[in-house]
Design a protein around this ligand. Structure first.
Ligand SMILES: [Zn+2]
Length: 264
């Protein structure tokens, strides 16, 4: 068995690969051991997923959606209490809807407590959420794309070998595993629904956290299309251009391939 990213032998690898990180609520879409080798799995976690998950935007989204990390901790939101100029945090405990507020860890909270006791009102400031850099986002979308291809072919005999051997995806593999700062793989980004959108399905209502699919255009280009927290991202797995996706959107009146007659 060989890794779909670095192509090295991976039969002895032990880690499963989450296509979307567990910290974004994914438990279903997982690749079995060896599809992505341990070294690539570790590299992706540190260099691609961590910077994305630690960004202000994703921390805020995870906080609002009560999404814990593997250790069942929901990220805290950092802010400042203006009057004593103290760094503070909003925090939640997993399984408890209440929001707590406290001085940041390692901060002397005495002036803050003094201010709370003495003053009738004060000002709390929380920075606006900013999206992570395009480079971080595009490498994440690229890795999800390659892994979704593998996920779709898991049960097809020879399917994984075909992905590993396809020279057309070598540039994408390089981009995921080695990167190219300053040369960002372009992707399409647009909000398509509210971040806390809820779908009614029979008696159950559930929050849509993420969805993905592969769009194949009439020119046989393969696009990964992902929605996370209401934002749609699309990236061409075969090359650094997204003209084909923009054309597809124009032809389909701006609908998302996730919810329309795609690949028709
Ligand atoms: Zn590998």
């Amino acid at each position: 068995m060989r890794c779909i990213i670095c192509k090295q032998a991976s039969s002895s690898s032990r880690s499963v690969e989450h296509i979307i990180p567990e910290s974004l609520g994914n438990t279903d879409h997982v690749l079995p051991t060896g599809v992505v080798c341990d070294r690539c799995n570790n590299y992706i976690a540190r260099k691609i997923e961590k910077p994305l998950l630690d960004s202000l935007y994703f921390r805020e989204r995870r906080f609002k959606a009560n999404l814990p990390n593997k250790k069942k901790r929901i990220p805290a939101l950092d802010g400042i209490h203006m009057q004593p100029l103290t760094h503070i945090q909003l925090f939640k405990n997993f399984g408890d809807p209440a929001i707590g507020i406290g001085a940041s860890p390692n901060v002397d909270e005495s002036r803050w407590v003094h201010s709370l006791v003495k003053q009738k009102s004060g000002t709390l400031i929380f920075p606006m959420s900013k999206m992570p850099d395009d480079y971080i986002v595009s490498r994440f979308i690229a890795k999800v794309g390659l892994e979704v291809l593998a996920f779709r072919l898991l049960n097809v005999p020879g399917g994984l070998d075909e992905i590993t051997e396809k020279p057309e995806i070598d540039e994408l593999r390089q981009y995921i595993r080695r990167g190219s700062p300053g040369n960002v793989w372009p992707y399409s980004f647009r909000p398509i629904y509210a971040p806390d959108f809820v779908i009614q399905s029979g008696l159950k209502a559930y929050k849509v956290l993420h969805e993905f699919d592969i769009l194949i255009t009439t020119k046989n280009e393969f696009y990964i299309v992902i929605a996370i927290f209401g934002n749609e991202y699309a990236l061409n797995l075969g090359g650094r251009e997204i003209g084909g996706y923009k054309r597809w959107l124009r032809t389909n009146h701006g609908k998302s391939p996730l919810y329309t007659g795609k690949n028709a």
